[in-house]
Design a protein around this ligand. Structure first.
Ligand code: ADP
Ligand code: MG
Ligand code: MG
Length: 883
């Protein structure tokens, strides 16, 4: 068989087979290594085995496809030529790194083996050639450790403790204080551990070492922790990981060598300065491993000024090339700088905004690129989250101050294992996770927490990086406190906090505080306002808000809402004395009594609407007529029913009978929505009167009013005609009474599937449609929103649904109804106004769908308004670019 499939892509010497656009095939790391090599950045030569190969490996019973081995050999020959070295050649050995890298970034989730190609002869040869015996055997012991861990699953701790033992025996503290002779000894001890754990000798043959390692990287793709990470981060549709095999460069060759990690800007604040850490005479993951304390990157400026300048210049090049802030891994070998990885850096919400605004200012991107690529809706969400209310805090007991790794305030009950944290979250608690340090195994518990605290680790530790990515407040390296896993407690020496006790953490200052501190809403920066102004330049779909109160509406307007898409009038029925009148109305025996109760309710409703019209001045206000079934307003317990009977001077029996008569087998499908108004037109009359009288009054007080009256739960044209007649007749009466007229619209919710199907019959009588996608989803799936929790986990687990359909609109089914109704509606009535007012109006993916359907607006809760604005703009830009 002549299978000429390309499994391996090479890079190096200013060239590459691949480039940055090939993430899917080469993984993020491989694509970026290729790109950097192309642009002439100093990248050691290497090759990338494609993600397709990984996929084939799994499909093929974990065997390599034909031709792969030969292509790998070719790749090695290329590296040998480049460096004038030989793989396994003791005279001048080529050593390799084997690294995983999928199309989506999964930091620390999969495995890396460094210094591959080592054996006794090679180590001796390397010592001789470099005249640096210490370096050769340091590299050797690292290799045995990593290979054993990654390939054979022998815990890294076994080697850590062997090393600690040797250090104790030699009476030294730091790894670097061990002599070359000690390291030779250590290599033997490591081999003994390998033999003991596996029953085999440590493999000498470099090619065999390489094959094992490649398979281990393929294997790590399906490790439990990698699968969990993908699940939490909703990474789906990837076929596997790529494998990068690259010539080693050495940061452990002495004082002019080292390795480090950095962000091109501060990932917390966005400030334009290098942000990172490095270690001299160190290799690979030493910086993040926490065994030695790394130095801040600015110290490199003094230690190796030329290298530092070069690093700065390179970061500028990379930012320009990628049009994004970069997260870089580098190694310095005897004052020579190499870049081993670059990727778009994770950052907090505030940092994202500042970087976007600065990038435009610096001419790296234009406004459109900034809006589309530099701030995500999730990052925007972070900015809208609470902070500590310093004024309301009287005294606070700070029990420790650590590094402020990820800003924001978090309050919760403290738990000490990832598992306990996840369990507590399920029972509805707010959780703070406290760990000595976190590892990729902790991501489940971290995700379940409001905030995270560790007693060890730096600003680029696992906890810090992951928390920042999710925008969760996080304090790391808080060594003022001691965490005791056994006791499930933490203490600063004076106070001890046990599992389940309240703790507050401030990720902006690094403070860890006893108890529950009060929170307040966030303050929005000028950069935020500037950025959101750009957002609106690219957006043509309107964003409204769902609000029932003037104060919420005012807040939403500050966030950029352009009207109310849904005011639920029933909320107004519950407040204060109103509920009494509502109940009196429900208990009435005849229309006359009902009308009397309604007349007493009218002033309250009117007052609420007046507030809304004045707050919205100039923007439309959509008010929905009463929607829930009447029994929701009646008491349920016996005592409450007795009280009610006493209050109204009627018999308990009468109350009981009325409650029983209104009881429904299936309230969701019962006597509610327009069905109420059809049975009791006097309710529709009262509400219409309240709306229009309030509008007239607001207008007289100088506001510009645009009332829109919305009839809920319509399923046929005739239902709407019935209610429309009541509304119009009432309106005429109001106008006559007041001696003035105003414009108003009458529209309907589309939330019953039948309404969507006969939208052409409804549209002639409606000025607008508003898709009530909560009910539409309930009735299309036949899933009760309140009971879905009982089976949704199984559905998600078995991929029967890919997400909660009440959070993200089901485009295939529910979306089809929306599209159908929009088409039918507009075909019968050109210019029919279309909007959405379900929860989906605040969900970015669903907003993109609404944009594609040509909806005029989405409506969502006040705090999601900025998110909806950004989502609408990003979709508009994407559509524009597609054209
Ligand atoms: P991760 O995906 O966990 O970031 P990497 O594949 O980037 O893992 O490898 C981890 C570290 O190993 C790198 O940051 C770098 O320090 C070191 N490393 C990887 N490849 C090489 C190489 N060719 N030469 C020297 N060090 C390397
Ligand atoms: Mg790794
Ligand atoms: Mg890396």
């Amino acid at each position: 068989m002549t299978d000429k499939k390309k499994y391996v892509y090479q890079f190096g010497a200013g060239k590459a087979d691949g480039d940055r656009t090939m993430r899917e095939l080469l993984g993020g790391k491989g694509a970026n290594l290729a790109e950097m090599s192309r642009t002439g950045l100093p990248v050691p030569p290497g090759m990338t085995i494609t993600t397709e190969t990984c996929d084939q490996y799994y499909k093929n019973n974990q065997k390599w496809p034909e031709g792969l081995k030969e292509q790998i050999r070719e790749g090695i020959r290329f590296q040998e030529e480049q460096l004038g070295a030989g793989f396994g050649d003791p005279e001048n050995p080529l050593l390799l790194s084997v690294r995983s890298g999928a199309a989506a970034s999964m930091p620390g989730m999969m495995d890396t083996v460094l210094n591959l190609g080592m054996n006794d002869m090679v180590a001796e040869g390397l010592a001789e050639r470099t005249g640096n015996e210490w370096f050769a055997f340091d590299s050797y012991r690292r290799f045995i450790d990593m290979f054993s861990d990654v390939v054979m699953g022998i815990p890294h701790e076994s080697f850590e403790s062997a090393m600690q033992k040797l250090k104790d025996q030699r009476g030294v503290k730091e790894d670097n204080e061990l002599t070359a002779k000690d390291l030779r000894d250590l290599v033997d001890r490591f081999k003994a551990i390998y033999r003991r754990e596996t029953g085999f000798m440590f493999p000498n043959d470099p090619m065999e070492q390489l094959e094992f390692s490649i398979n281990a990287v393929f294997g790590s793709w399906n490790s439990e922790r990698a699968k969990k990470y993908r699940k939490i981060n909703k990474i789906t549709g990837l076929i596997g990981t790529a494998v990068n095999i690259q010539a080693m460069v050495f940061g452990n060759m002495g004082e002019t060598s080292g390795s480090g990690v950095l962000f091109t800007r501060d990932p917390n604040t966005g400030e334009n300065k290098l942000y990172g850490e490095y270690l001299t005479n160190a290799q690979g993951e030493d910086v993040v491993a926490g065994t030695r304390t790394p130095e801040p990157i600015k110290n490199l400026k003094k230690a190796l000024p030329k290298v530092y300048d070069q690093l700065e210049e390179m970061t500028r090049k990379l930012e320009k090339a990628y049009q994004n802030m970069q997260d870089i891994e580098f190694t310095i070998q005897e004052e020579k700088l190499f870049i081993l990885q670059t990727r778009n850096g994770k950052r907090t919400g505030p940092a994202a905004i500042k970087i976007a605004v600065d990038f435009v200012k610096e001419g790296i991107v234009n406004k459109q690129e900034a809006v589309k690529n530099l701030v995500t809706t999730a990052q925007l969400d972070q900015l809208l989250h609470p902070q500590f209310d310093d004024k309301a805090i009287k005294d606070k007991k700070v029990i420790g101050v650590g590094l402020p790794a990820s800003p924001g305030a978090a309050v919760g009950k403290v738990y000490f294992t990832s598992h306990d944290a996840e369990d507590a979250k399920i029972t509805g608690e707010n959780v703070i996770l406290a760990r000595v340090e976190t590892s990729p195994d902790d991501v489940g518990g971290m995700h379940a927490s409001e905030g995270i605290i560790t007693s060890r680790g730096g600003m680029t530790s696992h906890a810090a990086v992951v928390a920042r990515g999710w925008g969760k407040p996080c304090v790391v390296g808080c060594d003022d406190i001691v965490i005791n896993y056994k006791n499930k407690s933490l203490t600063d020496g004076n106070h001890t906090v046990y599992e389940g006790d309240w703790l507050s953490i401030n990720g902006t200052t690094g403070e860890v505080v006893l108890g529950q501190l009060p929170l307040k809403p966030p303050k929005l920066s000028n950069d935020f306002k500037k950025f959101m102004k750009w957002v609106d330049e690219f957006r043509d779909m309107k964003v409204r808000t769902n609000a029932d109160r003037a104060e919420d509406a005012t807040k939403a307007k500050e966030f950029g809402a352009e009207g109310i898409g849904l005011c639920r009038t029933e909320h107004m029925f519950f407040e204060g004395e109103r509920i009494v009148e509502v109940r009196r109305m429900i208990m009435s025996d005849n229309e006359k009594e009902r009308r009397e109760s309604l007349a007493r309710l009218l002033p309250y409703q009117k007052e609420d609407f007046l507030g809304l019209f004045k707050a919205l001045d100039g923007d439309p206000v959509t008010i929905r007529l009463l929607d829930p079934p009447l029994h929701e307003f009646l008491p349920h317990t016996e005592d409450e029913k007795k009280d009610l009977a006493k209050q109204f001077g009627i018999s308990y029996r009468k109350v009981k009978d009325r409650v029983a008569a209104l009881d429904e087998a299936n309230p969701m499908l019962g006597h509610r929505g327009c069905r109420l108004g059809i049975t009791f037109p006097e309710i529709t009359e009262m509400q219409t009167r309240a709306i229009l009288e309030a509008a007239i009054e607001a207008k007289e007080q100088g506001a510009v009013v645009l009332p829109e009256i919305m009839v809920p739960l319509i399923g046929s044209g005739d239902e709407l005609i019935d209610q429309k007649n009541v509304i119009k007749e009432t309106a005429e009466k109001v106008f006559k009474d007041k001696g003035t007229r105003i414009d108003y619209l009458i529209g309907t919710m589309i939330e019953v599937p039948r309404a969507a199907l006969v939208a052409d019959e409804i549209a002639p009588h409606a000025d607008f449609f508003s898709f009530g996608t909560n009910d539409l989803t309930q009735m299309t799936f036949g899933f009760s929103r309140d009971d879905i929790g009982k089976f949704l986990p199984d559905y998600l687990e078995r991929k029967i649904v890919l997400h909660d359909p009440f959070q993200t609109l089901d485009q295939k089914g529910v979306g089809k109804l929306v599209a159908e109704a929009a088409d039918l509606g507009r075909a019968t009535k050109p210019g029919l106004k279309l909007g959405i007012c379900g929860e989906h109006g605040g969900d970015p993916e669903s907003i993109a769908f609404c944009y594609k359907q040509g909806l005029d607006y989405v409506s969502c809760s006040p705090f999601r308004v900025p998110i909806a604005r950004l989502a609408a703009a990003q979709e508009a830009i994407a559509q524009q670019e597609n054209k």
